[in-house]
Ligand binder design. Structure first.
Ligand code: FAD
Length: 628
């Protein structure tokens, strides 16, 4: 039997971002002995980077807002491919989750009369994003951590041990889930610092590992986003949906090269920033798609009036959903009307007084001053699309977050369905809290209902260890370097499965991924297991490769353009495709062969359909669905 450190818990949460922490709090409150594992330092997750805010129909700034309007906006943003039940739960529960955060100690920016302030964002009909300047994610994580500490203090008072019911293991990477007869039995991984292996035995695991952006060259995502949870779920036998939908945020930094991809928050546009090309033209008026024509202003005068009189005017087209704005910027640059460094200009300096910019967008001001020597209170920013978010993820039961594998749950960016083909800004932070809480409860109920705990067999643990040390056993002669493979993967995904896609390029991508997978079998890392970034990357690559294959294969099959999936060869939306989900599974786990199959989308419940005008539904639904 392999010598590994062992721990035993009821619920294991992998990931300490917003989804993971909210799930862990819920599991602990259900009386479960709960562990949280995270690859980076506790407190450093993507959630902390979130800038603009958290979407919740609280109606504080415009009392016409309601869960129904939020639901409608979310479905429109996702081009009606969303799992409607998730969109419904999300819209209904988000306000309570925001309020709850304040009971944990968060303090959002206020309106003049003392209510939580809410700002405009793309695709949201009313000001809806609760925020703390442009550092909302930091406040969210800080207050969730504060709640964890407060629960630990309660536990200390009762048991004399702070960590008796809720324990955090940081800088620990999970490499495999361990199953017992198809059910979750635990997770295996290593301490990043020592490289020593650990087995966590637990009958329920909540995946909350975030996204996949590090498979792309230009991305707003940090080193942690290597699709680990997506890959762990696949290997355990769960399926992924919507993987063809990758969000390219319209505004990432484009200059200098060292910071290319870093996010420029949508709040800049929400607070009045406008996009111009190299001719000085405010070009978004040329890119309003048919389905949004009645909601977006087609001239500057009306767009500008909207800020003071939103009820009497249509919204500025800079606030179209992200997929539309990203495609528009891409087209302007391709047409030769881009900025010097291959972006376009985003200007807030001519729209707001300097002190107001400093008050509303302090991080953006700091970011541009420090990284690009640009003063955004006086100069425009150069911006362009950057890979930002994956709509696709683990296929889950909406109410509980459970996957098709007993004991395996998922919440947050690693799960799929909620955002359909395109996520609206601000809808991730609310998603994390709504579905983190639900997954924590779902996992707890599952554990409470078990008559016997599953067992991690020695053979399964030995296999997980064999896979983890494999990169050390190759011969350096002719072996592959993980950094080289990673660069090639990122380049291939950026060039061949990026913002605009074509069948022949995706064919090439799938071939390239096959070659990279073969070469990855001969990866070699040198040295030993003590803090060895080359080895860490070698293990992450295994995940990035399989997840990238899901993206490429699903993207090739979907012969339409919708949300975060734009086909040059199939430019229109096709109502028949709205009825189909593409489901990724491993057909042969020994060689990690990905298969993608079509599955029927669940029809939208009639009372939810009734929230839309018939004329709007005609733009999305097939004729027989409208009759039904
Ligand atoms: P994360 O917060 O990323 O947490 C993932 C966790 O999983 C981390 O703790 C990580 O260490 C851990 N992990 C991963 N793999 C492993 C492994 N193998 N073993 C152990 N641990 C692992 N959304 C909004 O709604 N509003 C915004 O204003 C907004 N702004 C954004 C700004 C930026 C720059 C970025 C990048 C994103 C922004 N988003 C925003 C999106 C949003 O921040 C993310 O979608 C969300 O935070 C994801 O949360 P999560 O809990 O799913 O994952």
């Amino acid at each position: 039997m392999p010598e590994v450190e062992r721990h035993s818990f009821d619920v294991l949460v992998i990931g300490a971002g917003g989804a993971g922490l909210r799930a862990a709090i819920e599991a602990r409150e259900h009386g479960m002995r709960t562990a949280v594992l995270c690859k980076s330092l506790f407190g450093k997750a993507h959630t902390v980077m979130a800038e603009g805010g958290i979407a919740a129909a609280m109606g504080n700034v415009n009392s016409d807002d309601s869960w129904q309007v939020h639901f409608r906006d979310t479905m429109r943003g996702g081009k009606f491919l969303n799992n409607w039940r998730m969109a419904e739960l999300h819209a209904k529960e988000a306000p309570d989750r925001v309020w709850e955060l304040e009971t944990y100690g968060a303090l959002f920016d206020r309106t003049k009369d003392g209510r939580i302030s809410q700002r405009n964002f793309g695709g949201h009909e009313y000001p809806r994003l609760a925020h703390v300047g442009d550092r909302t994610g930091l406040e969210l994580i800080r207050s969730l951590q504060q709640k964890v500490v407060s629960l630990q203090q309660d536990d200390f008072a009762e048991t004399g041990d702070y960590e008796s019911r809720l324990k955090v293991f940081q800088e620990f990477t999970v490499t495999d889930l361990v199953l017992d007869d198809g059910r979750v039995a635990g997770a295996f991984g290593y301490w990043r610092e020592s490289g020593r292996f650990v087995l966590f035995e637990a009958p329920a695991v909540v995946l909350a590992t975030g996204g996949i952006g590090k498979s792309f060259k230009v991305t707003s995502n940090s080193w942690e986003y290597t699709g680990d949870g997506h890959a762990l779920a696949l290997r355990a036998g769960a399926s992924l949906i919507n993987m063809e939908f990758v969000q390219f945020h319209p505004t990432g930094m484009v200059w200098p090269p060292s910071v290319k991809g870093i996010l420029v928050t949508e709040s800049v546009r929400g607070d009045g920033g406008v996009l111009r090309n190299s001719d000085g033209k405010r070009f978004m008026f040329d890119y309003i798609p048919e389905v949004f024509k009645d909601k977006y202003a087609d001239n500057e005068a009306e767009a500008d009036r909207w800020y003071a009189d939103p009820a009497g005017n249509r919204r500025p087209p800079e606030l179209l959903p992200r997929d539309e704005v990203a495609r528009a910027i891409n087209s302007e640059v391709k047409a030769g009307r881009g900025s010097e460094h291959g972006g376009v200009f985003l200007d807030v300096s001519t729209r707001l007084p300097a002190e107001e910019i400093m008050r509303r967008l302090p991080s953006m001001h700091h970011q541009f001053k420090e990284l690009a020597d640009v003063d955004i209170t006086a100069q425009p920013m150069e911006v362009g699309p950057t890979c930002h978010y994956v709509m696709g993820g683990v296929q889950v039961e909406p109410d509980t977050g459970e996957s098709s594998v007993p004991g395996l749950f998922a919440a947050g960016e690693v799960s799929g369905g909620m955002h359909g083909s395109n996520r609206l800004g601000g809808n991730s932070l609310s998603d994390l809290l709504v579905f983190g809480r639900r997954a924590g409860a779902g996992a707890s109920d599952y554990v409470a209902g078990l008559s016997a705990r599953p067992v991690c067999s020695d053979a399964a643990v030995a296999e997980a260890e064999r896979v983890a040390v494999a990169p050390f056993s190759g011969s350096a002669e002719g072996g592959e370097n993980p950094y080289t493979l990673h660069m090639e993967l990122q380049q291939a995904m950026n060039d061949l499965v990026g913002i605009i896609r074509k069948a022949d390029e995706m064919d090439q991508a799938i071939k390239r991924l096959g070659e990279l997978k073969r070469r990855a079998a001969t990866l070699v890392v040198e040295g030993h297991r003590q803090f060895n970034p080359g080895w860490h990357l070698a293990l992450d690559l295994r995940n990035m490769l399989v997840v990238s294959e899901c993206v490429a294969r699903a993207a090739l099959l979907r012969t339409e353009s919708r949300g975060g999936h734009t086909r040059d060869d199939f430019p229109g939306m096709d109502a028949e495709w709205r009825r189909k989900l593409l489901v990724c599974k491993l057909s042969d786990s020994s060689v990690e062969a990905v298969e993608v199959v079509e599955e029927a989308q669940i029809p939208i419940r009639p009372d939810l359909l009734a929230l839309f005008e018939h004329s709007e539904l005609q733009k999305y639904l097939a004729a027989d669905e409208l009759e039904g």
